[in-house]
Design a protein around this ligand. Structure first.
Ligand code: ADP
Ligand code: MG
Length: 273
């Protein structure tokens, strides 16, 4: 008789590996001393997972994202992205990348910011229009197609960036401190938005943050990193209910996971400086 499916984590039932990192290291050569940005990283991320990376500035979070996105090559080790090399994955547009600052073109309307990557892909105009409508609705910005970025708040601009990254329907979303510059109320709101969006789209999300509550609220797993050299201290599972709202942050289960993250950060001497 076949073994019953584990029921507790429906999002990760599909065990296909989205990212496979083995013994990965990266040293930047600089004018004075070499900088070891990543040292001996081993990690598998399954398709459909939401994984957060947390750690102090300089522990290599952005570098790791850049390796996944094929913007920089590792010095050592192996990485595959959806079973391909990072270069193949980039050429196949396997991922969307959301940066800390929205990075929208000020002279283009919201609609035309969203269609830019779709135009480059050679998508038909009708399909472009359908995607714009679908993904603006998904981030709660239906009706804002004709606005320019400077007519929107910071939080709305960031949602446009997310819609743009989702618009070409990547299997993987890389988000590097996307809400870091926002006020707490806006951040809370976008956290809930992002969670609902992830539940609906089943996209694999790799999310960098400085915020313990944000990491715990959003993730299936939290990867705690420490600096000099950048390495993984601990990987912490989170099994909060999938339909959670921000209220979950008051629960003992949430506080317990947040505590474990804090202890791991401390163990990595992340608070030294
Ligand atoms: P994080 O995103 O966690 O703050 P980064 O990945 O940006 O960390 O940086 C990790 C380390 O690598 C830091 O010490 C940083 O100064 C260094 N670093 C990052 N990018 C470069 C680069 N292009 N050249 C040299 N050193 C770099
Ligand atoms: Mg960074």
């Amino acid at each position: 008789m076949p073994a019953p499916e584990p029921a507790q984590r429906p999002k990760t039932k599909d065990t296909a590996v989205a990212i496979d990192i083995r013994k990965l290291s990266l040293t930047y050569q600089t004018a004075d001393a070499p900088v070891i940005a990543l040292s001996d990283i081993d990690l598998k991320i399954r398709t459909g997972e939401f994984v957060s990376f947390i750690g102090p500035s300089g522990c290599g979070k952005t570098t790791l994202m850049r390796v996944i996105a094929n913007l920089v090559d590792p010095t050592d080790g192996i990485i595959t992205v959806n079973g391909m090399s990072p270069e193949q994955a980039r050429l196949q547009r396997a991922y969307g990348y959301v940066f800390q600052a929205p990075a929208l073109y000020p002279w283009r309307t919201v609609r035309r910011n969203l269609t830019l990557p779709l135009e480059i892909m050679g998508m038909s105009r009708s399909e472009q229009a359908a995607r714009v409508e679908k993904y603006l609705a998904l981030v709660g910005l239906k009706g804002f197609e004709g606005k320019f970025p400077w007519q929107l708040s910071g939080g709305m601009q960031q949602r446009v960036s997310i819609a743009r990254a989702l618009g070409f329907e990547p299997a993987l979303l890389l988000m590097d401190e996307p809400f870091g510059a926002l006020d707490e109320i806006t951040r809370d709101h976008l956290n809930e938005h992002l969670l609902r969006l992830w539940e609906r789209t089943q996209v694999t999300v790799i999310f960098v943050t400085h915020s313990i509550p944000e990491a715990v609220f959003l993730s299936n797993r939290i990867v705690v990193m420490s600096p000099r050299p950048g390495r993984i201290v601990e990987v912490i599972d989170s099994d909060l209910p999938p339909d959670r709202t921000l209220d979950v942050r008051e629960t003992p289960a949430f506080l317990e996971i947040a505590h474990r993250v804090r202890v791991a950060l401390r163990a990595g001497h992340s608070y030294d400086d």
